[in-house]
Write a protein that binds this ligand. Structure first.
Ligand code: SF4
Ligand code: ZN
Length: 269
């Protein structure tokens, strides 16, 4: 996942997982690799969510001695996730689906712009098995094919990795607690509704009944089931992308999803 010369960009949300990831990486690789963090200020004002997230990111980077890059969505792109919510709900779309597209776009753009090889995120085992279960239930083969702890780079996309994808959430919580790492404890006010929470609870029940089941499910899927899916694996060389006609970033169509969202939310400005 991490090569000798890699410049690493950690996606730092301010939550316990990304804070833990940054802390561990800095301890393990701080002497040998260039590591910086990037926080996207999503502009979620409800519960002061973005403000407290950014405060936690700033405090941790100061303590650890890591450079923090901040992108304010509103300043840089003219809209925020907070602005987007009412508009999106009108169209029946979930804030998280839009927010996911926005975060992936901004992270990749900033990584390429700043010369980073790899973007690392703090997704933990609970996150991964919950999403896997959801995609299995809906039978979404293309999303299932995109389940991976690491995706290599190509000319238009930095590599992406999830070093904590086999680490249960309770362990990142432990780590953050015993190291006294400041992190946001409030849940995002737009967090996906009942169905994802219920699936997460189901994975925890499964783990209670059969310890190790979450890891087993995740690994079995990656090692045994995914290989037999009848869609090409999402390998860098098989990703057919062209530059977006609007922003030049990679897309499989003519205009990338981010530019479509931005146009919708800013009336084309
Ligand atoms: Fe974005 Fe959803 Fe995460 Fe909130 S919970 S930060 S809307 S992805
Ligand atoms: Zn674009």
């Amino acid at each position: 996942m991490i090569e000798d010369e890699d410049r690493i960009l950690v996606a730092l949300s301010g939550g316990k997982d990304s804070v833990t990831l940054l802390h561990i990486l800095t301890k393990l690789l701080g002497e040998t690799h260039e590591i910086e963090a990037l926080t996207i200020d999503l502009g979620i004002s409800s519960n002061n969510y973005s403000e407290t997230s950014l405060e936690a990111a700033v405090k941790n980077c100061r303590e650890i001695g890591t450079k923090l890059n901040v992108v304010k969505l509103g300043d840089e792109y003219g809209f925020t996730i907070g602005d987007a919510v009412s508009n999106l709900r009108k169209n029946g779309r979930s804030p998280c689906s839009i927010c996911g597209i926005v975060k992936r776009y901004v992270l990749n753009r900033e990584a390429l712009r700043r010369g980073f090889d790899t973007i690392l995120t703090g997704h933990n085992l609970d996150d991964e098995t919950t999403v896997l279960l959801s995609n299995l239930i809906s039978g979404d083969i293309s999303l299932l094919a995109r389940t991976h702890p690491f995706l290599g780079a190509n000319q238009v996309m930095a590599a992406r990795g999830k070093p904590l994808s086999e680490t249960p959430e309770r362990e990142t919580t432990f780590y953050a607690t015993i190291r006294k790492l400041q992190h946001v404890t409030a849940e995002c006010p737009y967090a996906s509704g009942a169905s994802i929470s219920a699936l997460k609870t189901a994975t925890h029940k499964m783990e209670e009944v059969r310890p190790g089941a979450m890891l087993s499910l995740y690994r079995s899927f990656l090692e045994k089931i995914k290989v037999s899916l009848k869609v090409p694996e999402d390998k860098p060389e098989s990703r057919k992308v062209v530059p977006c006609m609007n922003c030049g970033m990679p897309t499989s169509g003519s205009i990338c999803s981010f530019c479509k969202i931005r146009k919708e939310l800013t009336n084309g400005h």
